[in-house]
Design a protein around this ligand. Structure first.
Ligand SMILES: Cc1cc2nc3c(=O)[nH]c(=O)nc-3n(C[C@H](O)[C@H](O)[C@H](O)COP(=O)(O)OP(=O)(O)OC[C@H]3O[C@@H](n4cnc5c(N)ncnc54)[C@H](O)[C@@H]3O)c2cc1C
Length: 434
């Protein structure tokens, strides 16, 4: 199976086309091979080159670097994610471990953009967990108690206030967190590609098909050539399973998103000229919706167990149609047909929502499975897995390793059945918020 992406992602189409794209054209050997050039793989490559300036490092990607989920996400660099309140101190301590990792993720991205003067439309605007359903008030009040205990600044906001801030009367209640950043995901990942150091060789449109370990080396087979490496780091996130990595601990989910054209001045005035904002749903299957810096509206309201290798044009159009309805529901006065681009992307999930960060074997490492927090956590895990694979230790690794480990998943066909049933159930619960 070949990784095939649509070429209609609004974020990626904002960027200049890249030149000098290299692919694997001969057999090679190296000290380090990184598979997957998204936030995780690129951050791992950057860190490895710093630790081992004289070693040969190759990073490969099945498609163009950064054009997987890293260039296609909704651009929320999160400090908190929503959980339905906590009943015990153990739950609270687990939530704290999660947010400690988010904080480190924000620090890594912040340091990166400062050091390399990256313009990725960074906006410390905070974010809203919003709902049109008054029944969700209880969830937000419980969440507020958790955030209070952990000292996260936040407010509960009501319909009128939300209408003024967001330019839509759709939402009845929200919890606003001051922390959390909105950014342009494509610009961020492009900067990570642009600054790759000279001792890192990036090979694109080069898909790893099979790999095997032979005493101390790993042999990686591509379409026409092979790479033999001393150490390997898998950073393929939604495609870990297709390479046989942690098979019983992760599964891919396909998300689709759409973005409108920029609103005209008249349209923007008609919704009250709100500043840039980002809303996350209270229920997992509700819509993520964003007003971008340049007045485009982004909406993501699907998550599915779909073939991760390809979404057909027709499938994408069907999802885009639902997103058109989602925008119309929130902004009834805007024209119906303002969606300019729709795309899909693949993420990876574990059963308990925890991430994978691990040495699988003496010279085989893996980092991935961040659900909706991969911008910060991916950048963090990429750097730290490179450090771990170099047999060094940091406080960050200690924090990461304190998290709950991913739990075991049932085999097929039970897994598919379980995932699909759960998604249907969550979709019904969130039906008003899609
Ligand atoms: C629509 C959408 C919205 C999202 N919103 C957010 C958000 O707002 N905030 C947030 O933090 N996260 C969000 N995410 C999740 C986030 O994008 C991911 O967690 C993050 O990009 C993971 O980065 P990564 O580098 O680990 O994986 P990816 O970016 O998926 O990179 C993996 C790379 O591996 C390559 N690959 C796969 N198989 C092979 C192979 N066999 N050989 C070679 N290369 C291979 C792929 O081509 C890909 O480029 C969203 C994701 C999607 C799809």
């Amino acid at each position: 199976m070949k990784v095939v992406n649509d070429n209609s992602c609004g974020w990626i189409n904002d960027l200049d086309k890249r030149a000098n794209i290299k692919t694997l054209v001969k057999d090679q050997s190296c000290d380090w091979l990184i598979v997957g050039a998204g936030y995780t793989g690129l951050s791992a490559a950057r860190k490895l080159s710093e630790i081992h300036p004289n070693q040969k490092i190759i990073i490969v990607d099945a498609q163009l670097a950064g054009e997987g989920a890293s260039g296609r996400n909704s651009g929320y660099l999160v400090d908190t994610t929503l959980n339905d309140g906590f009943i015990s101190n153990k739950d609270l301590s687990n939530y704290k471990k999660k947010t400690d990792i988010y904080r480190l993720g924000i620090d890594v991205v912040k340091k990166f953009i400062k050091e390399h003067q990256v313009d990725c439309e960074w906006n410390e605007s905070g974010k809203y967990f919003a709902s049109s359903n008054q029944k969700d008030r209880k969830i937000l009040e419980n969440f507020s108690k958790t955030l209070l205990k952990l000292n996260f600044e936040h407010d509960i906001l009501e319909k009128d206030d939300l209408g003024k801030r967001l330019g839509t009367n759709f939402y009845n209640i929200a919890l606003y967190t001051k922390g959390g950043i909105l950014l342009h995901p494509g610009k961020l990942v492009r900067a990570m590609i642009d600054i790759l150091p000279n001792n890192v060789e990036l090979l694109e449109n080069s898909q790893l098909n099979k790999w095997s370990k032979n005493s101390d080396t790993i042999i990686c087979k591509f379409k026409n050539h092979k790479i033999t490496t001393k150490k390997i780091i898998f950073c393929t996130n939604g495609f870990l399973k297709s390479l046989g990595i942690k098979n019983n601990y992760n599964f891919p989910l396909t998300l689709t998103a759409s973005m409108t054209r920029p609103l005209t001045d008249t349209e923007y005035k008609s919704i009250g000229e709100p500043k840039e904002w980002g809303v996350l749903p209270v229920r997992p299957m509700g819509a993520t919706i964003r007003m971008t810096k340049d007045k485009r509206i982004l909406i993501r309201n699907t998550a599915e167990a779909h073939n991760p290798f390809k979404m057909s044009k027709l499938d994408l159009e069907n999802r885009s149609f639902k997103q058109k309805l989602g925008v119309k529901k929130r902004f009834p006065n805007l024209p119906y047909d303002i969606i300019e681009s729709s795309w899909s992307g693949v993420v990876s999930r574990t059963r308990n929502g925890s991430q994978i960060f691990e040495k699988i074997d003496g010279n085989i490492y893996v980092a991935g499975c961040y659900n909706g927090s991969g911008i910060g956590v991916g950048a963090l895990f990429g750097e730290q897995i490179a450090i771990k694979a170099s047999n060094e230790h940091t406080k960050e690794i200690e924090t990461i390793e304190l998290r709950n480990k991913p739990t075991w998943l049932p085999p097929q066909p039970f897994l598919d059945l379980g995932v699909k049933t759960r998604l249907i159930y969550e979709r019904i619960r969130a039906r008003l918020e899609i």
